[in-house]
Ligand binder design. Structure first.
Ligand code: PRT
Length: 286
């Protein structure tokens, strides 16, 4: 049996589903038996280890797993020596400081001498040190947002995504410490053989991610408007232009970035484009 690359993914929790989904989109089929701690891919030299997100950085640093899909915030908090290879675009959140909503917050100075509750003591300590703030940190492992209500702390430092947990607990977000999303990380010393497998996996992941960030656009335009429209289209190269059966008209095809989408559509219409179609791209080989 040949060498396999070992990837750690979260056993259960917020990251699990999307982590397995991206592997699937990379064409990797995993034999997912019930309650397994380990699984193998059928069609790629990959072994999957199901672990707790918060334990993953240590396992990758130790080489128990070669690579992992993990929340970037945990990599930063655990201060492990890992290579962050690729941001994956899901489980986006921020580590932020929040105070009770009736506090008259007027800047970072407010925190001097205060008690703060968090599950992220290292990230918080670094932020406080950078800003020359002297605070007492209470490390708690969960339900951080109730700490001010029960008199344990004056403020908190916790992960926020929609903000509804803070709102429900009468807290207001006042400072952002870092932003995070799921990322692919690797041990710093993987073998050449495993590194070659990793390159293949990374190539597939980049193609999947590029496809998600881009759309295929088709439109019709009178021939005398084509030059104006090409100026607006931020294509990969020059757009494809094909004649339509209708005299004096052409069809233009190109690729646009998801984030450019609405701005470009408005400009295209103004430049004379008609029958605009936007189509998802399955894979984009770079
Ligand atoms: O047990 P294990 O170690 O595997 O997992 P975990 O304790 O890290 O827990 P899990 O599954 O909750 O989170 C995994 C990762 O998801 C985190 O490390 C982040 O990278 C990412 N993530 C993204 C989040 C959130 N968004 C998030 N909103 N992790 C936690 N939250 C919590 C937050 O702590 C707070 O309690 O959700 C609440 C706030 O959410 P909103 O939407 O109300 O703002």
């Amino acid at each position: 049996m040949g060498e396999k690359l070992k990837i750690a993914v979260q056993k259960s929790g917020r990251l699990k589903e999307d982590s397995l989904k991206i592997l699937k989109e990379c064409g990797i089929s995993i034999d997912n038996g019930k309650d397994q701690l380990k699984a193998s891919a059928f069609n790629f030299p990959l072994e999957v280890l199901y672990l707790r997100n918060s334990d993953i950085p240590q396992y990758v640093e130790d080489g128990v797993a070669d690579i992992a899909i993990v929340g970037e915030n945990v990599v930063i908090e655990k201060q492990k020596e890992l290579d962050v290879l690729q941001k994956l675009g899901f489980s986006k959140c921020r580590l932020a400081m929040a105070v009770p909503k009736d506090v008259d917050y007027n800047g970072l100075e407010y925190f001097n001498g205060k008690k703060l509750a968090t599950s992220y003591p290292n990230s918080l300590r670094q932020f406080l040190d950078t800003n020359n703030l002297d605070c007492e940190i209470h490390e708690i492992s969960g339900s951080v947002e109730i700490a001010p209500n029960i008199g344990l702390a004056d403020g908190i430092c916790d992960l926020v995504s929609s903000g509804s947990t803070l709102f429900k607990n009468g807290l207001t977000e006042v400072e952002e410490i870092l932003v995070s999303e799921a990322c692919l990380v690797a041990n710093k010393n993987i073998s050449n053989l495993k590194s070659a497998i990793l390159d293949r996996l990374l190539f597939r992941m980049k193609s999947v991610l590029a496809a998600k960030n881009n759309k295929y656009i088709l439109l019709n335009a009178p021939n005398d408007k084509i030059d104006d429209i090409i100026k607006v289209l931020p294509g990969m190269n020059s757009p494809t232009v094909m004649p339509l059966a209708k005299d004096g008209w052409s069809s233009l095809h190109s690729v646009i970035t998801e984030s450019d989408f609405w701005g470009v559509i408005d400009q295209l219409k103004l430049s004379g484009a008609e029958g605009i179609l936007i189509i998802p791209i399955q894979k984009m080989v770079l």
